[in-house]
Design a protein around this ligand. Structure first.
Ligand code: B1M
Length: 213
């Protein structure tokens, strides 16, 4: 079994200690953090499929999610290591929208933006439209990022974008609003008045860099 397959298997089985030990040893063996991440993501993909097929249930999926977070924490310092040398590129305010508690994708977005020289203010999960508005007022971000993983929380994303506009907080095209998450599409992003859509965390970074260059 390849190292990537073993990493994936630990995620699927929710083996926190084992995944941390394997991540550490593969990094010590000079496997790149990006390759390790790809192995871990492979595991989450299988979890998603098994969850959909009712071959895995919520408690097991939660354990896989906790295992993924534990593994990501080991990658964080490596992915973010050059960040201090960079000139700050902008401030991102980030949250998962109301009704939605999925946060692994958001954590990756947070890590990738931080690694690319952005200051990230993560306002968490289940963030209401009003809370986005308050946070925009407080933190004056250059970019607002919203994540949604459920089809039925996509309207909350639309409400949050509308609330920011209604409060008069998006003037002269700033802050840019970027949305993402498994059910979100570029078409939906346009439809709800978001400026940008990121299919994955890295694409999100590239979109934002191009938009605020
Ligand atoms: Co949930 N869940 N879940 N779940 N869960 C999904 C999303 C689902 C697709 C599973 C399935 O049925 N196949 C399904 C949604 C169906 C739908 O609406 N279309 C689903 C469901 C139904 C539910 C519940 C309703 C189940 C229930 O209670 N009956 C419930 C809802 C809870 C709630 O939010 N109110 C629920 C609960 C949970 C757990 C708590 C058990 C757990 C979450 C734990 C946690 O996050 N801490 C969980 C998990 C883990 C999943 C799956 C298996 C994995 C999600 C994940 O972390 N993926 C998921 C299946 C799937 O997605 N295939 C599923 C890995 C992560 C890296 O990917 O978040 O997509 P993702 O992020 C990607 C991109 O989307 C993008 O970048 C990342 C990659 O770089 N991205 C952005 C994300 N946000 C972005 C923002 C950006 C840019 C890019 O800019 C700002």
């Amino acid at each position: 079994m390849s190292v990537s397959d073993k990493l994936a298997e630990h995620i699927i089985k929710g083996k926190i200690d084992e995944v941390q030990a394997l991540v550490q040893s593969t990094l010590d063996d000079n496997m790149s953090p990006e390759e390790v991440l790809a192995g871990l993501m492979g595991g989450m993909e299988v979890v998603g499929k098994r969850f959909a097929d009712e071959d895995m249930y919520i408690p097991e999926v939660m354990l896989s999610a906790r295992t993924m977070h534990a593994a990501l924490e080991l990658l964080r310092p490596l992915l973010e290591k050059d960040q201090k040398k960079m000139k700050m590129k902008g401030r991102l305010l980030l949250g998962t929208v109301e009704g939605d508690i999925h946060d692994i994708g958001k954590s990756l977005v947070e890590m990738m933006f931080t690694a690319n020289g952005f200051e990230v203010i993560d306002i968490g999960i289940n963030v209401s439209a009003a809370a986005f508005v308050e946070a925009v007022k407080e933190h004056q971000p250059d970019i607002v990022g919203m994540s949604a993983l459920l089809t039925n929380t996509m309207p909350a994303m639309q409400q949050a974008v509308a609330a920011i506009d209604e409060a008069g907080l998006r003037k002269n095209g700033m802050p840019k609003i970027i949305v993402g998450g498994a059910p979100v599409t570029e078409e939906f992003a346009k439809e709800i008045g978001a400026d940008l859509y990121g299919e994955n965390a890295l694409e999100g970074v590239e979109m934002v860099k191009n938009a605020i260059a």
